[in-house]
Each structure stands twice: as C-alpha cells, then as structure tokens.
Design a protein. Structure first.
Length: 357
C-alpha cells in the first residue's frame, strides 16, 4: 500500500506535467493502457489471498478512476490553452483593407447594361425585369407570334416540362417584358428591360445564352418621330460621339408595325472600327411602332394608345463600343480576358462623369 501511495503521486505528477496532448497520451498508455502500470498491477491481484485481494482491488480501482479523471482534466486543460494560444497568435484583423490583388473587374456585359440604364434612365425610362423562364403566351403568342408562325423558327429555344403540362421555355428575347409591362402598368410609361435571353444556337457569332435590352414607350400619341429622336440620342450618348449618322431600314417584326432596323454610320480603318464616321453602315438594333394586335392581346385599345419598342443585343453593343472581337469569349470566364476588357468596380457609369472611363 505504501508503494501504491508513491506510485499515485508519481503518476499524478506525470499527468500534470504532460506539456501537450501527445505527451499526455503517452502517459495514459503507460498507465492505463493494455500494458500500463495500473493494468499490470490489476493482473497481479490474482496471486493474493482472497482477503488481501479484495482490499487491494478496492484501492487499485479507486486509483484507476482517479488517474483516468486526472488525465481527462489535463486533456481539457491542454485543449483550452491550445485554443487560447491559437486565438492569440493567429488573430484576424477585420479592419484591414481588402487585398488589392488579384483585382476583380466588372464584366463588360454588366458595364454596358449599366451604361444603357444610365442613358435611358436620364430620358425617364424605368427599369423592369421579367423572368428568364417564360410561358408561350408572353414569349410568343401575345407578341403576335402565334403557333406555326415562321418567326418561331428563328427563336428555337430550350423547353422545360412542367407539372401542369403547359410547357415553359427560356425566353428567346426580352420582348415578353413588354407584355408584362402592359399587363401590370397603366399608360403612359417608358420602360427598359435588360436581361438574359436564350436560343438553341451555338457558333462563332451565337451563344446559347446572351443578353438584350428591351425598350417600350407607350402613350396616346407617341409616333415614329419620338422613336427616331430617342434612339438617335441613345446611340450618340452610348458611343460618346457628338453626331452619329443613323438610318432606319424597313424591316419586319411580328410585334411592330412599321418595323425598322437601325443602322449607324461607321468607318473601318485598318481593322479599327470607328462609329459615327465614314460611309459604312452597321446594324445596331431592331425597333418599330407597337403592333395594334399586341395592344389588343393585352386588352389595350389600339385606337387609344400607341407607342414604340426596341430591342438591342448587349454583347453586340459591347463588342462595337469596346472593340471586343469574339462573342464566345464573353462566357469563357477567362480571368486574363476579364482583366483586359473589364472595368474598375467603383467606376459607376454616369452621364455626368462619362460612361466608359
Ligand atoms: N425581340 C427582337 C429579337 O430578339 C428584337 C426587337 C425588335 C425588339 C424590334 C423590339 C422591337 O422591341 O421593336 O429579335
């Protein structure tokens, strides 16, 4: 029993002085492990007479429990102090400014959208958004593109099965937002609707996803003169050229009558494209007077209201303005491309400060 008293103090001292979790584990194995000192002592009890065995067994069991508790207590202490040291040495200073590298950049699509919004915003247009997943009515039928209409061929898209059976689709243009605006608002209004659009199309000049901005100005006596003035103003500001000669080429869209394609004058000099100068023409957007049938489709009286609409491809506008040669690079997420063509995050486009700095 004397020996046990000594052993106890010795083992408790070893436990107390274990400097880390690994050292503590070593002490535990040497004490309570399969061949640990307490375990060996327990085994030797069998050699004692029954009376002595019971007495010694009680003492050893109590010691075993005491040592196990001491080891657990030491483990908790080591874990706590370990965490405290880590907290003290690995502190994070949340007040430090963000690291400047690698610099993020605003994607040209986002930038050009913001520029377009700034220009039309200054002309009194509100920004509206519509869903990417549309129904047939808004994307086609209401826009005077009934089933079997040949215009649907150019708008092949991705169809989604729905529980109700009526198929939904990824919108092929932003024009359905015109319909949503007409259903939700009371004229007069001017809205633009930028957003993602989709077509089942993929080659050098087409990507399955792209972006458009829709415009709609609806009032009682809006006419083609307003359309021309508004869009000529827009291209001047967008391309930041004082005078951009423009022409409106007769065209066809099911949802406008008359319909036109707007071209801007440009010059191609040694691979460089200059908007606003020279004798070449470049198509920039589609537009027209809202078709009376479209108004009737949403319950508006075509005798009482008239307006104009336009639709513009954002990638194309960005390519023309910033000299980006390949459409597909917009969606490759190549950081080198983004650093080259991207914009500083805090350079918000505005008419006062200039759009493109
Ligand atoms: N939605 C047409 C397209 O994607 C573009 C367009 C043309 C929109 C004329 C219009 C418009 O609002 O008036 O091809």
């Amino acid at each position: 029993m004397e020996d046990v008293g000594q052993l106890r103090s010795q083992l408790l001292a070893e436990i107390a002085s274990a400097g880390d979790l690994a050292a503590l584990e070593q002490v535990r194995v040497a004490t309570l492990g399969k061949k640990g000192r307490i375990t060996e002592l327990m085994k030797s009890l069998g050699a004692l007479a029954p009376e002595a065995r019971r007495a010694a067994g009680q003492v050893l069991n109590a010691l075993k429990t005491e040592l196990a508790d001491a080891i657990e207590a030491r483990r908790a202490e080591l874990e706590r102090t370990g965490l405290e040291t880590r907290l003290a040495t690995e502190s994070i200073d949340a007040t430090l400014p963000a690291r400047p590298e690698p610099a993020g950049a605003i994607h040209p699509i986002t930038q050009v959208m913001a520029e377009i919004i700034a220009i039309f915003g200054a002309m009194g247009f509100d920004v509206l958004e519509g869903p990417d997943i549309e129904d047939d009515f808004h994307n086609f039928t209401a826009l005077n593109i009934p089933p079997e209409h040949p215009a649907r061929q150019m708008h092949d898209t991705f169809y989604l099965a729905t529980a109700e059976g009526a198929s939904k689709l990824l919108r092929t243009h932003t024009s359905p937002v015109q319909i949503r605006a007409m259903q939700a608002l009371k004229p007069p209004y001017r809205i633009i609707a930028p957003g993602r659009t989709y077509r089942c199309d993929s080659d050098i000049t087409h990507t399955p996803m792209f972006h458009q901005v829709e415009g709609l100005w609806l009032d009682r006596a809006t006419h083609m003169g307003h359309l021309k003035g508004c869009l000529i103003d827009f291209v001047r500001r967008f391309f930041e050229v004082g005078d951009v000669p423009a022409r409106f080429r007769p065209s066809f869209f099911p949802f406008t009558e008359p319909s036109a394609e707007m071209d801007v004058a440009c010059a191609r000099e040694g691979g460089e494209l200059r908007i606003g100068a020279g004798g070449d023409w470049l198509e920039i957007l589609g537009c027209g007077m809202v078709h009376p049938k479209v108004l009737a489709n949403v319950g508006l009286d075509p005798e009482a209201y008239q307006g104009f609409a336009f639709g513009l491809g954002i990638e194309r506008a960005a390519m023309l303005k910033y000299g980006i040669p390949d459409l597909r690079t917009f969606f490759e997420s190549d950081l080198r491309w983004l650093r080259h063509y991207g914009f500083a995050a805090l350079d918000v486009p505005s008419l006062v400060e200039g759009l493109s700095r």
